[in-house]
Design a binder for this molecule. Structure first.
Ligand code: NAI
Length: 334
């Protein structure tokens, strides 16, 4: 099958070519992000392979379908960026890659917590300048602290295990509690209790219309003073303006982000010789107690290998007329 692979980076090409060795799809690697302006590059392709910041709104899907595309293989677990109703109208099959490496994201989340707490990013800069003073680097023991995990699916439940290993008390909130998370040592409570009790709050739920700005001003008010807030899930789970207010007042003592609501225009590109036009993001960067990574939580060798293999499996199943193995439909939002 001829497949247009948008937002291709060298590492995508490497892992997809390796995974495609036996199935031999005709992969057309395209560097641009998928958008209204670039969608017609998929003309003549049966399928499109897209990543998290590609535009998969109704207009782009219509252009793809008009150009003969019948299937969309997402290289991501999240599918919040796809207009699923429009895809159904256009008879486009959508597949994703669930659980390609929950360890990768859970471990990165733990990394953000450790770095923020012990100020490792700041210590590294100091030592490189022969500044070995410790003032300003004081941290706290994770042991005995309460960690609140919002969303205990594949990633959240792995993360619970990691934090339990540190000797933390773990609280969890999820409309669908599971035994795996309980066995890992978490106690399910309602969101209000979780926010009020946790020293660290971390988000592992998907972005849906219900979870949009789940963390807003009113929920920040419920949190402990000096709370650590971590978001490795999707940017729009958090109202960034409200979080900035929380940082200014000291309510939020630490902020760790791997995702940002307006990341599509920033992340995955080297913009080091450009001025940033995003004033909200620029403000975030001014806080010493904010640590941001550019959507790299998934970025491990194991995850890229699994993403590539599942993507090729999805494409091959569709080509054989079996639909997609990890299909996403409007019902997936329910
Ligand atoms: P999953 O589908 O296994 O688990 C999500 C969990 O969230 C489910 O248990 C669900 O019941 C729960 N949930 C849904 N609505 C909720 C709500 N209102 N409150 C609390 N919990 C709620 O998904 P998985 O694989 O654990 O991934 C979670 C999210 O992580 C993805 O949706 C994606 O946005 C993000 N992600 C981020 C990556 C990164 O590189 N930063 C990489 C992969 C995923």
């Amino acid at each position: 099958m001829r497949v247009a692979v948008f937002s291709t980076k060298p590492y995508d090409e490497e892992f997809l070519l390796e995974a495609n060795a036996s199935d031999q799809h005709d992969l057309v690697f395209l560097e641009p992000r998928l958008s209204r302006a670039t969608a017609s590059l998929a003309a003549g392709c049966d399928a499109v392979c897209a990543f998290v910041n590609d535009d998969l709104g109704s207009e782009v899907l219509r252009i793809l379908a008009t150009n003969g595309v019948r299937m969309l293989a997402l290289r991501s677990a999240g599918f919040n960026h796809v207009d699923l109703a429009a895809a159904a109208d256009l008879r486009l099959t959508i597949a994703r890659v669930p659980g390609y490496s929950p360890h990768a994201v859970a471990e990165h989340c733990a990394g953000l917590i450790l770095a923020l707490n012990r100020k490792i990013h700041r210590a590294h800069n100091r030592v490189r300048e022969n500044n070995f003073a410790l003032a300003g680097l004081l941290g706290f023991d994770l042991h005995g602290k309460t960690v609140g995990v919002i969303g205990t699916g594949q990633i959240g439940s792995r993360f619970v295990r990691i934090m339990a290993g540190f000797g933390c008390r773990v609280l969890a909130a999820d409309p669908y509690p599971n035994d795996d998370t309980r066995l890992a040592g978490a106690e399910y409570v309602d969101l209000t209790e979780l926010l009020a009790e946790s020293h660290i709050v971390t988000l592992h739920c998907p972005l849906t219309p219900e979870t949009y700005h789940l963390i807003d001003l009113s929920r920040i008010e419920l949190m402990r003073d000096g709370v650590m807030l971590i978001n490795t899930s999707r940017g729009a789970l958090v109202d960034t303006t409200a979080v900035i207010s929380g940082l200014k007042s000291g309510k939020i003592g630490y902020l760790g982000l791997d995702v940002y609501e307006e990341e599509a225009d920033l992340f995955f590109e080297d913009l080091s010789d450009q001025l940033l036009n995003d004033d909200v993001f620029s403000r975030l960067l001014t806080f010493p107690n904010v640590l941001i990574t550019g959507h790299q939580a998934f970025f491990t060798r194991e995850a890229l290998s699994n993403i590539a293999r599942t993507t090729i499996t999805n494409l091959s199943a569709f080509e054989r007329g079996e639909g997609a193995i990890h299909q996403v439909t409007v019902d997936s939002l329910a």
